[in-house]
Design a binder for this molecule. Structure first.
Ligand code: DAH
Length: 369
């Protein structure tokens, strides 16, 4: 850039001096470079390229110069302003790009994040398992039967050969509905559904009845005044204990997997004769009674078997009481605890976890369709 024109410029004004113009340009470029946001750049533009900036003022002075000096001054100022405007434009582009990039990062939306913050409820595992059990039997052609939880004493006890003074009644600590003379109880087992079924249907009968039952038990890790049983009843011509065993082996395998079968131990129930307790092969040690390290199996406590429920051949007295021809038909029945089955299957150690309504418990089971 050429220096001031002393020859033609006796009235040259200060802002038009080359050093001053260069200084203004240097200052402007520094301010533009220093602007880190579009707002700061706007301020720099106002200060160094705006109407009141040094270069704009200098530009205005050109008119005051003698005509001979105008051209050179005009070129100098024009170039200076050009440089500043170019730097502004370049910085503008850079800062806009930076802002775009930042917005892309800051305002990025992760479309894979869960959008639904309302937790979806899960069905109670007892409900799910009851249905699974029913499915095992429905797949064999059985039907699901139901009965009321508030039940007639006669159906809960008498019809099942548990007369008023029968000692087995005390084993089933009963909730009585008031007034007592109405002889209504909260059913202590699902067996009254057997009686109801026989009274209302004609053989052959194949029914499974999952349901809620009640006893005046203490509430602890293995007892609850409300719990769940599943009852099975088959009445047909020629049914034997062998059919019962085959049915329960299938049920056990369906619940606990291949190789988990049952054994019977002699027992007594008034409604069956003969009667048996049903044990399962321990599904942890698979009957070995010891775990992989040779220590006593904790699940079956070294037995190799786990108690599962009761069963037997339906007592002819029950058939007769419920209007079934005991000369023509025989039948078998069984009753298992659903809660117990669930605890075995899923390693639930405290029965109370099933009843206290903590959604962390039920949610862990998720929803089965
Ligand atoms: N009702 C019995 C109970 O609650 C269980 C039971 C045993 C049911 C034998 C049966 C059966 O149908 O045959 O202890």
């Amino acid at each position: 850039m050429s220096g001031p024109n002393t020859e033609y410029d006796p009235v040259e004004v200060t802002p038009l001096k080359a050093e001053q113009v260069d200084a203004a340009v240097t200052e402007a470029l520094a301010a533009i470079e220093a602007a880190t946001t579009l707002e700061e750049l706007k301020e720099a533009r106002l200060a160094h390229a705006g109407d009141r900036s040094a270069l704009a003022l200098a530009n205005r002075e050109i008119g005051a110069l003698p005509p001979q000096a105008r051209k050179e001054a005009g070129q100098r100022i024009g170039k200076a302003r050009g440089r500043v405007n170019q730097a502004l434009a370049a910085r503008q582009v850079t800062l806009e790009e930076e802002r775009e990039a930042r917005i892309l990062v800051e305002e990025a939306v992760d479309v894979t994040l869960p959008w639904d913050r309302e937790p979806v409820g899960a069905r109670h595992p007892i409900t799910t398992l009851s249905e699974r059990i029913a499915d095992v039997f429905v797949a064999m052609g059985w039907e699901v039967a139901e009965g009321p939880v508030v039940e007639a004493e006669w159906l809960n006890f008498d019809a099942l050969n548990l007369g008023p003074d029968h000692p087995a009644r005390t084993m089933q600590d009963t909730f009585w509905m008031e007034p007592a003379e109405n002889a209504i109880v909260l059913r202590t087992h699902t067996s009254p559904v057997q009686a109801r079924t026989m009274l209302t249907r004609t053989p052959p009968i194949y029914v499974v009845c999952p349901g809620r039952v009640f006893r005046t038990d203490e509430y602890d890790a293995t007892h609850s005044p409300v719990f769940h049983q599943v009852e099975g009843l088959a009445i047909d011509e020629g049914l034997t204990m062998a059919h019962l065993k085959g049915t329960l082996d299938h049920f056990a395998t369906a619940m606990f997997g291949e190789g988990i079968t049952t054994r019977f131990r002699p027992s007594y129930f008034p409604f069956t004769e003969p009667s048996a307790e049903v044990d399962l092969v321990c599904f942890v040690c698979r009957g070995a009674a010891v775990d992989a390290d040779g220590a006593t199996c904790r699940t079956c406590r070294g037995e190799g078997w786990i108690e599962w429920g009761g069963c037997g051949v339906v007592n002819p007295r029950v058939l007769t009481a419920c209007g079934v021809d005991s000369q023509r038909y025989t039948g078998f029945a069984f009753g298992m605890g659903i809660d117990r089955t669930l605890m075995f299957r899923h390693g639930v150690e405290d029965l109370r976890d099933l009843f206290e309504g903590d959604v962390r418990m039920t949610a862990a089971f998720g929803t089965e369709i």
